[in-house]
Design a binder for this molecule. Structure first.
Ligand code: ADP
Ligand code: ADP
Length: 232
């Protein structure tokens, strides 16, 4: 489903070059909940942003659903990106827009007719358990509710893949569990492949089937979660 082939990302600031990601190759299969774990600064955030080309890798290829995204021109890339949802640690909601308007936003960008948007937004709010909160503003919601809005927005265009950038790191343990169980439902019921990054082992243990461990830009271990973490 997602193939990362020889991905490197280097940042240049004057003469200083930081290698954030160093020759990473990974295969994420359809239906996986694939977790990437590592300490702060390991390169996880840079790597996950390379998957939808929020960051363009300095080297390497990103192949999603058989399409080499790194080879696409901007129009085609925008279309391909619509099928890759993403959620963030700090939710990245539009603070001046209601919950409904936040979820509708990607559908408006995709030029969906207004009546269809209304129906789709109802469906998405129901899926994430926010049917009663559509007219509220983000500031009126708890952290977990804000992340549910993020999830609804990310799923609006029926993505095949959901990228989660430290999606539960700003949440308390109980809220984290409820968001993780929603992600598990989304994976099981909608068949969406999930790639997440986290610095928390609990997240990997509770929902991932596959894991990669990153350290200083490189993947140092990869495999089934049970093999990598639970064997003596
Ligand atoms: P993680 O998500 O694992 O905490 P990051 O991908 O955020 O790691 O960062 C990996 C390394 O790349 C760090 O040393 C970080 O400071 C550096 N880095 C990330 N983004 C940039 C940037 N835009 N410019 C320069 N260095 C960056
Ligand atoms: P998060 O952990 O919430 O993803 P980060 O602190 O890793 O946030 O990064 C926030 C933003 O700052 C990102 O866009 C990242 O690319 C950028 N960034 C991170 N480290 C550096 C750095 N050393 N120099 C410049 N930009 C950086």
């Amino acid at each position: 489903m997602i193939q990362l082939e020889g991905i490197s990302k280097r940042y240049k600031n004057g003469k200083l070059v930081t290698t954030a990601v160093d020759d990473v190759s990974l295969t994420i299969n359809k239906g996986d909940i694939f977790g990437i774990i590592g300490h702060s600064g390991a390169g996880k955030s840079t790597l996950i942003r390379c998957v939808n080309l929020l960051e363009r890798p300095t080297e390497g290829r990103v192949i999603v659903g058989g399409t080499d995204l790194t080879a696409l021109k901007s129009g085609m890339l925008q279309d391909a990106r619509k099928r890759i949802g993403m959620i963030f640690q700090h939710f990245n909601l539009l603070t001046t827009a209601t919950v409904r308007a936040n979820v509708a936003f990607p559908l408006e960008l995709a030029k969906m007719p207004r009546a269809q948007i209304r129906t789709r937004v109802d469906e998405l709010l129901k899926l994430v358990g926010l049917s009663e909160h559509g007219d509220k503003y983000p500031a009126q919601l708890s952290g977990g509710q804000k992340q549910r809005v993020g999830i609804a927005r990310a799923l609006a265009n029926n993505p095949h893949v959901l990228l989660c950038d430290e999606a539960t790191s700003a949440l308390d343990p109980q809220t984290t569990s409820s968001i993780l169980s929603l992600l598990l439902d989304i994976n099981r019921q909608l068949g969406i492949t999930i790639l997440l990054i986290t610095h928390e082992m609990n997240v990997i243990r509770s929902i991932c089937n596959r894991v990669a461990v990153m350290d200083r830009g490189r993947v140092v271990e990869t495999g089934d979660v049970l093999d990598v973490f639970l064997k003596p």
